[in-house]
Design a protein around this ligand. Sequence first.
Ligand code: GLU
Ligand code: MG
Length: 429
Amino acid sequence: MAAAGVGAVALTWVDNAGITRVKAVPAARLPQTALRGVGMSPVFDVFLVDDSITDSPHIGGPDGDLRLVPDLDRLTPLAGQPGWAWAPADRFRQDGAPHPACQRQFAATMARRAAEQGIELRMGFETEWIVGGPGAAPAREPGPAYGMARVAEHSAYLSDVLNSLVAQGVEVLQLHPEYAPGQFEVSVAPSDPVGAADLAVLVRETVRAVSVRHGLTAWFGPAVTAGAVGNGGHLHLSLWQDGRNLCRAGGGPFAMTGRCESFLAGVLDELPALLAVGAPSPASYLRLEPSRWAGAFRCWGLENREAALRFVTGAPDDPDAANAEVKCFDAAANPYLVTGAVIAAGLAGLAAGLKLPEPVAGDPARRADAERLPTSLPAALAHFTGSSVLREALGDPLFEAVAAVRAAEAELFADRTPQEIADATRGRY
Ligand code: GLU
Ligand code: MG
């Protein structure tokens, strides 16, 4: 670290509102910090997107302290923030026991549960963002969607984003301009469930830091302009057993195995409740509209970009590439809660031997029998609070804290117009 010129280390965790919070330590204090962590109040588990604080049955109030312990295996000097390194942190109680509401350890626990079933998950998040100037409008005259013109307009910026990620050892798969004005996307190679969530944080903070250096603001919120295409936070996943991709090795639909089918059926089954985890903000429901490739319908299909669950086989000579994409999630979500909750839902499907319904081809909006996912946060929250699968997996303290934050944010924005909600949230994540 010293050789890399690192003087400060940012220890981050993501709260239930989806905000990455931090305590920093001098690099010289890293050994002590790795051993004992740094103090941090548990009340952050009930912080809202606007930094106001709610309460929950197990967590809340001014008392108590937790230890924020960095995972040094992920320690990374930040190319976009010279002098800084980053490490994701787990949260422990003063007595050294895991904090029962630690989202990162929840993801690790769910990955272990899958491993006990012989299943290894590979996951990866896509990161979408919209660049803005100081005002409400995108920074410059936007080139067309997916247009090379937009790359030219932002050439130095985008190459700085890419090179910073690569310098940090991030395996970038793609970088491209997206549909909305000023919108871009970067996708990275899959990794284990905790690693995928760590990467989601690292990628976002890198994009943010590089944006600042270029005089731009990066908006990751689900809705930047009400009524327009927003920012997704799609999750890709594949299931592996003994080095074999279960998404592409069997006799089920599109050659997936029975285990893969049951897992995905479990995710589809739980999707209305999962939405309170993966689309956690009132702003999420401004984004989650039909015909925006956001996956607003509770169905699955082969390479169907309007289905909430998109199955992707990849090229015939590349069986490793087959995976499923959960499209209805966005970047307001805590990525650790997302990977853990999706695994919990998938394992429940596996235990029940669920089968997938018929796949849907074409735009579900044109089908009379299409089922919309919940269209508001309170509607998703009602499914969440009724989900025994998610309650059991998250455990009461974490489950209740998440539910409390959702209810409080729904109330916070209940009387605001869509654009007021977008304005209040887009720059917060
Ligand atoms: N921006 C879209 C969303 O809100 C996704 C576009 C895409 O398919 O990449 O999820
Ligand atoms: Mg995209």
